[in-house]
Design a protein around this ligand. Structure first.
Ligand SMILES: NC(=O)c1ccc[n+]([C@@H]2O[C@H](COP(=O)([O-])OP(=O)(O)OC[C@H]3O[C@@H](n4cnc5c(N)ncnc54)[C@H](O)[C@@H]3O)[C@@H](O)[C@H]2O)c1
Ligand SMILES: CC(C)=CCC/C(C)=C/C=C/C(C)=C/C=C/C(C)=C/C=C/C=C(C)/C=C/C=C(C)/C=C/C=C(\C)CCC=C(C)C
Length: 616
């Protein structure tokens, strides 16, 4: 039932968040100021009758407002990573009023960017799946198109060039036949095994690619898909609890080839093939050939910028420098959020793009950890964080035809999953030279590293260690790939912070002001500036789980609270979190009544999925 406000004038104008995070004074501001005053007062015991008449009127107006569900926003999204932005834009397009609250000064989280001295650096991944014009799995293209955006992309001819022990070198060509021919030429005795394993991946990919992708937690859609595409759905259901390494072992015996498949999986899941869900492996091992890897002109950061703009164009809002510290609960339901500066916002539903560890460990204060989350934490651990180095080099150091992305594991397969064991290298300027000054290339180097290794040090020791570790990693690349690399580094820090422009403060931690040529980020940096517990790259299975069976979807045990991002099905990866955004938006839209839903079927499906997770 809609209840009108007892004093409508109080609610005629609202807070209008601006992109810079400042607020024009509005009714919501008054509301927030009032609730701050109320909290201050409530800290001392105060009889009800002491409230002024004005307070009483405002209080009952707010109560009526909440009861009437007449919130200014349908959905608040905490965080503007790709997961959060996709959920937000999809909801906005469906007609929901959305407010995204982002801690930093730009959108994107780990898919953000920063600019310095003529260079544009991607904070995280430069390998973009799901960015083609083909099929149903081009979720990045679709997410942008939903809000009327299209980005120009550059086709990457090689997804990754592997440099592996015993000088095994494999280029993953865009053309599937070229890649398979190259792999078979390295392992001719395993020709049949190779064809069967990758063939199995294609079976799954084709099934995935034939579905319309929406929330697997929404029964009308899910049963509809089973009805329309029974074979494809049964194929996916069959592979849901399986891992890539087990399937590879059915067809392949050569230990070196199995290790290669471990490396193929490790670069997208941070674990070996035996722990990588077969559906996820199939998605990435095939999409790189189906739609191909495509790099957005101007850098990966453009994706988040476009989505944020698209969101605002749809009439929704995004507020930067908005650090959510609490999810506000009322009567067991998530109804709003509080920021570190005391501002409060309320909505029908709250979606958290913070990790599940951060959401339940930090934002939901004083709540017991729900059983489902205990189960998630029992099944999944935080993957390590990473150490990243951004630098500019003279272009001539790279041999002609150098590939854009490299994975280096020099001597020993057993180092694959160890901290600093392997090195990822992206050179996005191979594809888009506009990202660096003329005659220069960007090298973005990263390797796994854990928080334990960087904690409890003095600032001086911390800086010295950064320098030492970066130096070692660059030496390894110099030895393996680019002789003379060190002397070709040209990116120079001016040595003081005067170069930071207003709004650039988020990049400071990436700088090592004493280290003159590199920007180094450690797990501490990633924890602090990506707001991810221990700077984690995402969840990874604690042991050998049954494929994707244990991965939670978007709903949570808390009424009105949803999660989105890499600690939700299907896990790590920009395309994976985009899918989680699509699923989340669909489930939320059904729950707030802007998409079809059936409460009876909902309850049954959610119970079934909860039970399936316990089998993982
Ligand atoms: N090296 C790589 O290749 C690479 C690097 C980074 C990320 N990625 C991919 O991106 C995925 C992560 O995407 P995602 O969408 O799940 O998350 P994300 O970590 O990219 O974004 C989360 C956003 O939420 C914001 N946030 C968190 N807590 C907040 C709070 N309390 N208040 C306000 N804002 C808050 C953060 O500032 C961040 O912008 C990773 O799994 C990974 O696969 C790849
Ligand atoms: C019972 C039930 C529920 C059901 C039944 C059945 C069905 C229907 C099912 C369905 C399913 C589905 C739909 C699923 C889906 C899935 C998906 C989409 C997935 C996806 C995934 C993705 C991924 C995982 C991705 C990832 C990626 C990544 C991570 C990337 C990364 C990158 C990097 C790191 C880079 C590298 C670099 C260098 C080398 C330099």
């Amino acid at each position: 039932m809609l209840v009108s406000h007892p004093n409508p004038q109080l609610f005629n104008h609202h807070h209008t968040p601006t992109k810079l995070g400042t607020l024009r004074p509005t009714n919501q501001t008054r509301f927030n100021r009032w609730s701050q005053r109320r909290r201050r007062r409530n800290s001392t015991v105060r009889p009800q009758s002491v409230l002024s008449v004005d307070d009483e009127v405002l209080k009952s107006a707010i109560k009526a407002d909440r009861n009437s569900k007449n919130y200014r926003y349908d959905v608040i999204v905490i965080g503007s990573g790709i997961g959060g932005l996709v959920a937000a834009t999809q909801l906005a397009v469906k007609g929901a009023r959305v407010l995204v609250l982002e801690k930093y000064v730009i959108p994107g989280g780990s898919s953000g960017f920063y600019q310095r001295d003529g260079y544009t650096f991607d904070v995280g991944s430069s390998v973009m799946f799901g960015f083609s014009e083909k099929g149903n799995l081009n979720l990045i293209t679709q997410a942008l198109a939903a809000v009327g955006c299209k980005m120009q992309v550059i086709a990457d001819p090689t997804t990754v060039h592997f440099h592996l022990p015993r000088n095994l070198s494999v280029q993953v060509h865009r053309e599937y036949s070229e890649f398979i021919t190259e792999l078979i030429s390295k392992f001719p005795h395993e020709k049949q095994g190779i064809l069967k394993f990758y063939g199995e991946c294609w079976k799954i990919f084709n099934a995935l690619n034939s579905l319309e992708l929406k929330s697997l937690e929404e029964p009308i859609y899910l049963f509809g898909q089973f009805f329309k595409k029974p074979l494809e759905c049964l194929t996916l259901a069959y592979y849901l609890p399986q891992n890539a390494g087990d399937i590879a072992r059915k067809f392949i015996k050569d230990p070196e080839l199995l290790s290669f498949i471990d490396a193929e999986c490790f670069i997208v899941s941070t674990v070996n093939a035996v722990q990588t869900p077969m559906i996820n492996a199939s998605m990435v091992l095939c999409d790189r050939h189906f739609g191909g890897i495509n790099y957005p002109v101007g850098g990966v950061g453009g994706i988040a910028k476009s989505l944020a703009k698209g969101l605002v164009d749809q009439g929704s809002e995004i507020l930067y420098k908005a650090n959510v510290t609490n999810i506000i609960m009322e009567g067991g339901k998530a109804v709003g959020v509080r920021l570190s500066d005391g501002r409060e916002f309320f909505a029908k539903t709250i979606v958290s793009n913070a990790t599940r560890w951060d959401t339940f460990g930090k934002l939901l204060k004083g709540e017991d950890l729900p059983k489902d989350e205990q189960n998630f934490q029992k099944l999944y651990v935080k993957a390590p964080s990473f150490l990243s180095i951004h630098m500019g080099v003279k272009a001539e150091i790279l041999p002609p035809d150098t590939d854009c992305h490299h994975f280096v594991l020099e001597d020993n397969w057993t180092s694959l999953e160890k901290p600093y064991g392997s090195i990822f290298l992206s050179i996005p300027t191979i594809l888009d030279s506009s990202l660096a000054p003329k005659g220069r290339h960007i090298l973005h180097i990263f390797t796994t590293a854990s928080m334990e290794d960087w904690k409890g040090m003095s600032q001086e020791d911390y800086e010295a260690k950064k320098e030492l570790v970066a130096e070692e990693i660059i030496s390894r690349l110099e030895k393996k790939l680019f002789p003379g690399l060190k002397s070709s580094i040209v990116f120079k820090e001016p040595g003081d912070s005067s170069i930071f422009k207003p709004g650039d403060e988020f990049i400071k931690p990436f700088a090592v002001l004493k280290f003159s040529k590199l920007l180094v980020g450690t797990p501490k940096t990633h924890k602090r500036y990506l707001a991810r517990d221990n700077g984690t790259y995402g969840p990874m299975p604690r042991g050998n789980l049954k494929g994707l069976l244990g991965m939670p979807f978007n709903t949570t045990a808390i009424d009105g609270l949803y999660c989105v991002g890499d600690s939700c099905f299907p896990g790590q990866g920009v395309i994976a979190v985009a899918f989680s955004g699509v699923m989340c938006a669909h489930r939320v839209a059904a729950d707030i009544g802007i998409e079809k839903s059936s409460p009876v079927l909902d309850a049954a499906l959610l119970r079934l999925l909860g039970w399936l997770r316990t089998l993982a």
